[in-house]
Design a protein around this ligand. Sequence first.
Ligand code: NAD
Ligand code: MG
Length: 385
Amino acid sequence: MKNIVILGSTGSIGRSTLDVVAANRESFRVKALAAGSNHELLIEQIREFSPEVVAVYSPEAAEAVRRNSDVEVLEGSGGVTEVAALEGVDFVLSAIVGAAGLLPTLSAIRQGRTIGLANKETLVVAGELVMEEARKSGSVILPVDSEHSAVFQCLEGRAPESVRRVILTASGGPFSGRNPGELEDIRPEDALKHPSWSMGRKISIDSSTLMNKGLEVIEAHYLFDMAPSEIGVVVHPQSIVHSMVEFVDRSVIAQLSVPDMKGAIAYAMSYPGRLDDVMEPLDLAAIGNLTFKEPDMDSFPCLSYAYDALRDGGTMPAVLNAANEVVVDGFLKGKVGFMDIPRIIRKTMDDHMSNGFSSSASRSLDGVIEAHEWAAERAGALVAS
Ligand code: NAD
Ligand code: MG
């Protein structure tokens, strides 16, 4: 029986995690849940899974939960960080969206917990620091992002020197095949319609700009210690091959399944074992064709900006991420157009570069938080102008 904590339980990944728990009650017990503001759903989850404690970021939502349940309720970012570090916990699923996930995830890592990491922004913002803290505490970070779970599964038991590179697959998003001129007028409701995955709002927009793949390139760099040139991306619209590893002899090993995040979530939860029938079976004959093509960096420059940020190093990935969070929020609120997303991110990165940014600031938490806040403010000003 594993005691688990779910950070971001009301989101897309959090709900899928609870589905895995519901199907495997003999293996998992929910010790704590944390969420942002959706108190109605959190109250339902409390009734169904009886956690000992919950944390709610929004004080109003926390109050609503207190009125409707007997569970202990912590609030604010302090409360979320506190449940992340709870005693007697075997596994923490990190699925808060955005840089808001960093401090809670770091606090679980500092306790030496096994982490199922969905919140890729944690590694983009503070990858050096987070991996260093994990080494110090002995915390094991198991990827929940489907691509990284695939790479992790392909790498298992292989000699590190036999690995040549990793190849991440990308669905290409709903606008794959369009040229830049055809992207200017895209509205949020179009961008939210993902062809193969059902996800939260922010990651759906990130998938439509290919920024999601860019964030995943940075995530892969930290998880698997690969250089930017050793991380490739290929567009695969069917989302059946979740990623691949190429070995020195040019042999390639891939991991496949139907597109269902429960696969990657359950694998992290049960690692190194596997749970029965987590997903629908894969019927390749019914699918018929698996296709692959190069990503289009002219239409979707966010992917190349992420490679640039990784090569620039230091606080540049944190700046890329913060600018993206702010401008995606602006796009969802109708304040900027679709192609303003890459434009504002590029401008914020260029401004950070001309400020003469330091490559060592990314090794301290204060340094990354300062870079994050600077970039959020700069990108916010660009969204407003
Ligand atoms: P979502 O928007 O559906 O859910 C986000 C969750 O975070 C919600 O429970 C929300 O209440 C919570 N939250 C937001 N701000 C918070 C705060 N300050 N404190 C506490 N809780 C807060 O997002 P999602 O699609 O589930 O994605 C979550 C993370 O997983 C993201 O980092 C995303 O990139 C990653 N991810 C998602 C998928 C997917 O299929 N959805 C796949 C791979 C990786
Ligand atoms: Mg992914």
